[in-house]
Write a new protein. Structure first.
Length: 715
């Protein structure tokens, strides 16, 4: 019999899809009339009627059970027991005397909106609130009472109209909305003057902060629940955008559109704006923000400076102009965003201020060259003694992006988060995976940086025990990638160096890099203007032996740039598409963390660069360089520390200033690993050893980027 029921429902769904109506449509819309409170339940030990407990296959089934009005049981809410799939149908609501709302992770509470909101939509008879006075402030007469003003609207005669006590109702669908008989003998009945939900809470600016309870569009269509993807799929899930208050199916503006909006339950209408009143005090000036004029704070939504050129020097297009680019960001539609002249602004909540450009071939540019405000001038700089034990309240990354709530990532099962939930409060900076570099946090999914380290420093009183840096005879297998330009080297033959890439800007070679995975490149941060550059003009060439060959290849675009820990000088580049690994292009191994290469070991640099007439200009070259011990490296290069290594020192051979990002590769038997990234900043091929980033010191960070970015992009 159960199989037959499921077959019937499946057939009904097919028919409903064809007819755009019927069983399936009613099924996924059955929760529209409820307000959800996850992890909570209503309890009443003194109420005369106990809850009805019923088994249920789904939430929708519970909602349909609660919708049915019975003669002696009027369901106003239900507690859904998730694990046991049971409905606890409740004949009371949160405002009933003796009712308590309790936290319980095993339950989710659904309450009928009509019983808990004190506004109306239209003039229908669905208001079930507790207003008990008229618009003239006269107390209402009880519906069961005929002593003052006689009437026929008794609770027994109209059981479906919820004529309880003396609450305002509309049993006859009066066009004026809910009303009541009064306790004044001279005023028989009067409207209660309940506000429309579209007017109860007004909007300022573009309504990004609207938190009212309007759940219909301007054309009267019912809104789709934000936690549902039926009938329209979308990515605005409440758990991902907690700060946007995407509650139930109420109108919101999570992406800074013209005004609050919602997806609709109409399969033919994906979304519409909501008709919500504008506050009288709203003006073109936003006085609630911390306006800055010379620097950017956070995402720069409050930047009001006069920067009007892109980082490349291209003049910005005026916001009130549609040439050369058509757009919808008109000053009159975004009055509080100050879209003045052609100044860089952030009207849509992007990562940074931006502008349309006057270049017909470049539509948008991020104004990443505007300096960031000194954090010490805008907020108290916190410090930490141990990254693992930090329990402060800082909730912003080093690049000024607000942190996201930890709870979403804990619930999604991230292994590093579930290892220890202790201290993962709200969106505060924490260090659940014992990252040796700094506390960190996730950012929101629409940011280019999915996670980043926080703007924290070691406390002055903190003492950090130095890590021993003694040589070891243990042979370590190390795995990494790099690129460099070399003086006095030899041309690469065969497939040797097939992991070396050319990072180019507008098809001109800029730096070397190393393909450490099919879609990740490791290089020097100095190759880019900042940690948030406009990546439009950058590309990566793989599998080339001569730079003049690269003109025949389209190049791979860069989708993300991830800056390394503070002081590392490293960046990782995420490619939009994986590199075509073949005989001409391959990846190189990364080193095991804390591995050590003994002094005197001959390692090899790969890269393009000056050759001082030794031949092979613009060809990929190699240079053998002996490793220098860390003590000598520190004496020559200053305090090199664990994060730096040195190699070379022979006159006429070495690294040039254009060799940034180049790799230093060591070989053990048949295995090659990248152990250094060139960050040379001194004279070309001097007698001094060349300085490299010690990749092994940062290998944990590299693997952390591998681990978190793919999983976050899948969510």
């Amino acid at each position: 019999m159960r199989i037959n029921v499921w077959i019937y429902q499946a057939v009904a769904c097919v028919v409903a899809t064809i007819l755009d109506t019927g069983f399936c449509k009613r099924t996924h819309q059955s929760l529209q009339k409820y307000e959800k409170s996850e992890g909570h339940m209503l309890v009443c030990t003194a109420c005369p009627q106990p809850p009805l407990v019923r088994g249920s296959r789904s939430l929708e089934n519970c909602a349909r059970k609660c919708k049915k009005v019975k003669k002696n049981f009027n369901c106003r809410a239900f507690n859904f027991q998730r694990h046991d799939r049971k409905c606890h149908l409740l004949p009371f609501d949160r405002f009933t005397h003796g009712v308590q709302k309790q936290a319980n992770v095993n339950f989710t509470l659904y309450e009928k909106k009509d019983y808990i909101r004190e506004c109306i939509i239209g003039t229908k008879d669905n208001y079930r609130g507790r207003r008990s006075w008229t618009k003239s402030n006269i107390t209402c007469q009880a519906w069961s009472d005929n002593n003052i003003n006689e009437h026929t609207f008794s609770p027994d005669r109209y059981p479906t109209q919820d004529l309880r006590e003396n609450f305002c109702r509309n049993p006859n669908n009066d066009p004026g909305g809910p009303w009541c008989y009064t306790t004044d003998p001279n005023v028989r009945a009067e409207e209660c003057g309940l506000p429309q939900c579209s007017q109860e809470v007004c909007i300022t600016c573009n309504g990004e902060d609207y938190r009212g309870k309007m759940d219909q569009t301007e054309s009267g269509k019912e809104c789709q629940r934000w936690d549902s993807t039926r009938p329209h799929k979308h990515h605005f899930q409440p758990k991902r955008y907690r700060q946007k208050d995407l509650k139930d199916n109420y109108c919101r503006n999570p992406d800074n559109r013209l005004r609050p909006w919602c997806y609709t339950v109409d399969p033919k209408t994906p979304w519409e704006y909501c008709n919500i009143s504008v506050c009288d005090s709203d003006s073109s000036e936003d006085t609630d923000v911390n306006v800055t004029t010379s620097c950017v704070q956070g995402k720069g939504t409050d930047y009001r400076g006069t920067m009007n050129v892109t980082p490349e020097g291209v003049t910005c297009q005026r916001w009130d102009s549609q040439s050369p680019h058509n757009h919808s960001f008109l000053p009159q539609n975004f009055k509080c965003k100050d879209l003045t002249e052609n100044y860089c602004r952030n009207p849509d909540g992007a990562d940074h201020p931006w502008c349309f450009t006057t270049d017909p071939n470049q539509r948008i540019a991020n104004c990443t060259h505007i300096p960031r405000c000194d954090a010490e001038a805008t907020q108290k700089i916190e410090c930490y003694e141990s990254g693992e034990t930090y329990r402060g309240t800082l909730s912003i990354t080093r690049s000024g992006i607000p942190c996201a709530d930890w709870s979403h990532h804990i619930n999604s099962g991230d292994s590093h988060s579930t290892e220890s939930h202790v201290g993962l409060e709200r969106n505060y900076c924490r260090n659940p995976d014992r990252d040796k570099h700094s506390p960190w946090c996730y950012t929101n999914p629409n940011n280019r940086l999915a996670w980043d380290y926080c703007k924290l420093k070691h406390c002055e009183s903190a003492t950090v025990s130095p890590q021993p840096n003694t040589p070891t005879d243990t042979k370590i297998s190390c795995f990494v990638h790099i690129n460099t330009r070399i003086v006095g080297g030899h041309q690469v033959r065969g497939t040797d160096g097939s992991w070396v890439v050319s990072i180019q800007r507008k098809k001109v070679h800029l730096c070397g890099g190393s393909l450490i995975r099919e879609d990740w490149v490791l290089t020097d941060q100095q190759c880019f203007t900042s940690c948030v550059p406009d990546l439009k003009d950058y590309s990566v060439q793989v599998g080339v032996r001569h730079l003049n060959e690269s003109s025949n290849h389209p190049g791979l675009r860069i989708s993300r740039l991830i800056c390394g820990p503070e002081g590392s000088n490293l960046v990782m580049l995420k490619l939009e598409d994986p590199a075509p690994v073949s005989e001409g292009a391959s990846t190189i191994h990364l080193p095991v963390k804390e591995c050590h290469i003994p002094e005197g070991t001959n390692c090899t640099m790969y890269g393009w660069g000056e050759t001082k007439n030794t031949g092979y200009d613009e060809a990929l070259n190699t240079l053998t360089m002996p490793m220098v011990n860390n003590e000598m490296c520190s004496q020559i290069k200053g305090d090199a520390g664990e994060s730096r290594i040195c190699a070379g020192g022979k006159r006429g051979e070495g690294v040039c200033d254009k060799d940034n990002g180049g790799p230093l590769v060591c070989q053990e038997h048949e295995r090659k690993v990248i152990i250094g990234v060139s960050i040379q900043r001194t004279k070309c091929a001097s007698l001094q050893p060349a300085l490299f980033v010690n990749v092994a010191f940062y290998s944990e960070w590299i693997y952390k980027v591998f681990k978190l970015y793919p999983s976050l992009e899948r969510n």
